[in-house]
Design a protein around this ligand. Structure first.
Ligand code: PLP
Length: 397
């Protein structure tokens, strides 16, 4: 038996849309990307969605918007110490400095009680991450943000389908950034999307994804129809070549949007199946506590079923890496539970932090891993995972 980490659902609609796009020869961002944005906004219950090339770009662009709203280069953004490294990278890519705050081990998310002491007069935003789809403590985070007049941008890369106190994750801050990478719940192969209720933010996002151009239309007529753009030379100059801000080049293309639209068609089924898998697996790994533990779903939330995190106890008679190697030999794909960005990711060593400053994130970095809960997982595969874990632990105790 083999258990891959993720599974991709490519629907017939996606295949038809790809064929249509190829026939039309209009493959750069166009009407399919716009349709994907509209569908995604509908699905998450926000006014605006802007599609980009990756979740990392979604994080970076959401932050870069703040330069049009009073932020300065070098200002600070508070992020959890534990996340996929893209969160920290995106802060730097947007021209800000990441300020890391430790997490709570049982939620894997930023510890809200530590945020306030990390705020300085240069802080412009907090970027909580809903790691492994588990909602961050948004009430507490928003309260601090409100008190200090900070923006809140949710890194919802892993949190499709998550809810917090009856509200959809991604609607609880000023903007949210999702990844549409292959292993994620809605996928466009590679891709990302920023959501917001603010039209002025969405306009800047559309400019940012296309080099900071002055044009910000929801859909570019040049690439969607045999039309000339009437706005282009309105003032005697070509606005396509006026660059109003420092931009990026990260548009989504039509083929990716076609895959994304197909995947959104089966979104509800995928989320439901993955959530069933996650809850079953959370229940079944309980037999390995306290040697091996996972998080739990609280009453006020629904975890977005991204993956199942597992933490090896500090006094366990085996290491995380031994467990991961055993799973690999048994054809079960796993991933580390990321790292403490400031102290376990070399790229951030320039900040001068030392190992021990972020003990909870570091613990997850050395003792954590995660396995897939994807929609193609069968009951037999879940049984196989549990049997493999049981046999491994029995051999070590
Ligand atoms: C928490 C988090 N943020 C950002 C990203 C970046 O997304 P992408 O890989 O689409 O660039 C990921 C990727 O999985 C992620 O897990």
């Amino acid at each position: 038996m083999k258990i891959p980490f993720g599974a991709m659902t490519i629907t017939q609609t996606a295949k038809d849309l790809i064929a249509e796009a190829l026939d039309s020869e209009r493959l750069s961002s166009g009407k399919l990307v716009r349709r994907l944005e509209e569908r995604f906004a509908e699905l998450t219950g926000v006014k605006e969605a802007v599609a980009v090339s990756s979740g990392t770009d979604a994080d970076a662009l959401a932050l870069a918007v703040l330069h049009d709203f009073g932020a300065n280069r070098g200002d600070e953004v508070i992020v959890p110490a534990l996340s996929f490294v893209a969160t920290g990278n995106a802060v730097l890519q947007a021209g800000f400095e990441p300020v890391f705050v430790d997490i709570e081990r049982h939620t894997l998310n930023i510890d809200p009680t530590r945020i306030e002491s990390a705020i300085t007069d240069r802080t412009v935003a907090i970027m909580p991450v809903h790691l492994m789809g588990k909602p961050a403590e948004m009430d507490a985070i928003n309260a601090v943000a409100c008190k200090h007049k900070l923006y809140v941008i949710e890194d919802a890369a892993e949190a499709h389908g998550a809810t917090y106190k009856g509200r959809t994750i991604g609607t609880l801050g000023d903007m949210a950034a999702y990844s549409l990478y292959v292993a994620h719940i809605i996928t466009a192969i590679e891709g990302g999307i920023v959501t917001t209720d603010r039209e002025d933010f969405a306009e800047i996002l559309r400019s940012l994804r296309s080099h900071g151009r002055a044009c910000k239309c929801k859909q570019c007529v040049i690439n969607t129809a045999d039309q000339t753009c009437h706005k282009r030379f309105q003032h005697g100059v070509d606005i396509r070549f006026i660059f109003e801000r420092v931009g990026y080049s990260c548009k989504m293309n039509e083929l990716e949007a076609a895959i994304g639209l197909g995947s959104m068609e089966v979104y509800e089924q995928i989320v439901a199946q993955r959530h069933r898998n996650l809850m079953t697996m959370i229940g079944r790994v309980a037999e390995f506590a306290p040697l091996l533990t996972t998080f739990r779903q609280e009453e006020h939330e629904t975890i977005g079923p991204h993956a199942l995190p597992l933490l090896v106890a500090a006094d366990a008679p085996f290491t995380r890496d031994e467990l991961a190697a055993h799973l690999e030999q048994a054809n079960i794909d796993s991933r580390n539970l990321f790292s403490s960005m400031p102290t376990q990711c070399v790229g951030f060593a320039y900040q001068g932090h030392e190992l021990g400053e972020f003990p909870e994130a570091e613990y997850c970095g050395t003792h954590g891993l995660h396995v897939g809960v994807h929609q193609a997982l069968t009951d037999e595969q879940i049984d196989y995972l549990i049997d493999t874990l049981r046999a491994f632990i029995a051999g070590r105790t």
